[in-house]
Structures are given as C-alpha cells and as structure tokens.
Design a binder for this molecule. Structure first.
Ligand code: NAP
Ligand code: HSE
Length: 315
C-alpha cells in the first residue's frame, strides 16, 4: 500500500472547504505525483452544527484536538485572526508537525518570532492567492538584491474598483459581490482600508531583506474615499485607479494610484493580482493570476502540501 498523509484543518470556511474539495477531487493525482495520498482527517470550526460541503470525516470545535490528533501529520491553518491561530500553529510546530497557513495578518505581525520558532512553516497562500510568489521570491532573493516590487495584492479592492469602473456598480454593491464570492476578509475593512495589502507587502519585504519589517512601517491608505467620480475622471484622462503596493529600496507604501493605461498593472482587472519584480540581473519580471477565492487559494495551500510531502520523503 502507498503512503498516506493525514491533514488537520483549522477552519473550514471559504478556503478550508476549497482545500477539502481539491483533496477530494485531486488526491489521487497528488498520490501519483508524490507517492503519498492526502486525506482530510478532521476539521476545526466554531459552529459544528452547520452543514459543510464536502463534509469532513470529523468536525470539532476543539481546535487543540485537531492539532494533537495522532492521525494528523500536517496542520493547515485557514481560520484567520491572531488568536487562537498563532498559539495553535506554535503548538503544532512544537509537536514536530509541518504547518501550512494562509494567514497573512499573523505572518506579517509575528514574522520575527515565527521565523525563529523552529519547525516547518509554509505560507504560499498568504500572499496573492494562486500566484506562486513566495516560492518564486525565496529563490530570487538568493540570486540578487530585489530592488523594487510594484503590485496589486488585494483581490477584493481590485474587484471593487473594476466593477465601479466597467460595470457602473456602486462601492457598496461591488463590496457585497466580493464578499459573496468569498474574496473578502471576515472583517472587510482589512481589505478596503489597505491593511490586507500591507500585510502581504510586509511579508514580501521581510523575505527580501531577510529581516522582519513592521506593519506600522507601511505608509498605508485604502480605497474607501475613492468615488465613482474619481474613477470616471481618471478614466477620461486615460488612467485607471488601482490599489498599488510598492516596495522601493526599503520604502513600503500601499494606496490608490491613477496608473497610465500602458502601465503593466493597469489592465489587471477583477479578482486578479499581479506583481512586477525588479532586480539588477533579472530586469523586470511580472507574475499575474487569481488573487483571492477558495479554489485559487487552495491551489497555493496544496502546492505547500506537496512541498511538505516531498520533504518528508527525503527524510
Ligand atoms: P472564512 O470563510 O471566514 O472561514 C474561517 C473558518 O475558520 C470558518 O470555518 C470558521 O468557523 C473558522 N474559525 C474562525 N475563527 C475561529 C475560532 N476562533 N474558533 C473556531 N473556528 C474558527 O475565512 P476564509 O476566507 O476561508 O479565510 C481563512 C484564512 O485564509 C484567513 O486568514 C484569510 O486571510 C486567508 N485567506 C483567504 C483568502 C480568500 O480568498 N478567502 C485568500 C487567501 C488567504 P465557522 O465556519 O464555524 O464560522
Ligand atoms: N481578502 C483577500 C483579498 C483574500 O481580497 O485579496 C486573499 O488574500
């Protein structure tokens, strides 16, 4: 019989249920590629009485049980928030279990401590949805200094701005759609006030510099004051307003920018994210793809799972 890897999910909302769906749909593909079959063993949630699709084998509100269960080999944290997510991740790492997280707030706020904590921690899904930026950047920084990143790092705000510009939607209508589509954070002020993009930028900057950058260092603004009139005026002048996150030789900014139509980020619409990365040898590299949503994010979670499986087989 082939090997198996037992998964404990902390959280079974938009991302957690999408991870379970992908394991159900593509588990045998992963087994063929890696020699190890992933199996969801248990999922931890607040409300165990709600119907879940697909239904995990065990649903519990005792999240410590998820981490400690002997049949759980890897913990996937997709619940969000600082607490109890941070304590549960540390507990899993202490138990020697690899952890995969999509939690950008926690990674950005506690970068230094988590990096020093020890254990195997993966976070591809924390930045830019399905775009493999964490893996790409971790390799690139070893080749040369990364001097600049200019990026769209939040799917919700990009979706709202696009709907306001091209579909004549109001800000409130577009935000409600982004929430219904599973793009927005549980507390959407994190998206629209620029915090979510700032967390992601801090993670990228900390990777580039090999040292923790702080969320408070980001010169941050959101899209709450961007009006339909602003958008149409910019459009008439051949410009597109985007929430742009920028790392420029150490300076960190997030805010709305009216981009010229030939700017590489100007045509990145809807839930898409994109990053333009610059370095002295690579020139300009652009990555673009789905920046939020259950299945897009679950794709990055499963990429991390494959890394966990491959690392295990090397040991
Ligand atoms: P969500 O739909 O709100 O799901 C959160 C899940 O965690 C729910 O199942 C919830 O339980 C559970 N949960 C939260 N706090 C809990 C607590 N204190 N105790 C027990 N269970 C708790 O959120 P999501 O959109 O999947 O996002 C999850 C994480 O992924 C966040 O860190 C988010 O930033 C990140 N992320 C999301 C996306 C996206 O597109 N949605 C993309 C990338 C990263 P109930 O179901 O019982 O409420
Ligand atoms: N709320 C986030 C966004 C989810 O809209 O980009 C993906 O990190």
């Amino acid at each position: 019989m082939g090997k198996e890897i037992g998964i404990g999910l902390l959280g079974y909302g938009t991302v957690g249920a999408a991870v379970a769906q992908m394991v159900q749909d593509h588990g045998f593909r992963i087994a063929t590629e890696t020699g190890t079959l992933p199996l969801i063993r248990v999922a931890g949630v607040r409300d165990t009485s709600r119907h879940r699709d697909p239904m995990p084998p065990v649903l519990t509100s005792n999240l410590l049980e998820v981490v400690e269960a002997p049949e759980v080999d890897v913990v996937i944290e997709v619940m969000g928030g600082m607490n109890p997510a941070g304590a549960l991740i540390r507990k899993a790492l202490q138990l020697g279990k690899p952890v995969i997280t999509a939690n950008k707030m926690l990674m950005a706020e506690q970068w230094a401590d988590l990096m020093e904590f020890g254990g195997e921690l993966h976070f591809e899904a924390a930045v830019a949805g399905a775009i493999p930026i964490v893996e790409t950047l971790s390799t690139l920084v070893a080749t040369q200094p990364i001097t600049r990143i200019e990026a769209i790092l939040n799917g919700t705000t990009n979706y709202i701005l696009t709907q306001m510009r091209h579909a004549g939607k109001t800000y409130d209508e577009a935000l409600a759609e982004a929430q219904a589509l599973g793009y927005a954070e549980a507390e959407p002020s994190s998206d629209v006030e620029g915090w979510d993009a700032a967390y992601k930028l801090v993670i990228l900057a900390s990777m580039i510099e090999g040292d923790a950058r702080l969320v408070g260092e980001v010169d941050r603004d959101g899209i709450t004051l961007v009006s339909q009139e602003n958008i149409q005026k910019a459009s008439a002048a051949g410009r597109t307003i985007k929430l742009v996150a920028q790392y420029e030789r150490g300076d960190l900014t997030v805010g709305p920018v009216a981009l010229e139509s030939d700017h590489p980020l100007a045509s990145v619409d809807g839930v898409e994210n994109a990053l333009v990365i610059e370095g002295p040898a690579l020139g300009r590299l652009m990555l673009r793809g789905a920046g939020a949503g259950g299945l897009a994010t679950a794709t990055s979670v499963l990429s991390d799972l494959i890394r966990v499986i491959r690392r295990r087989s090397e040991q």
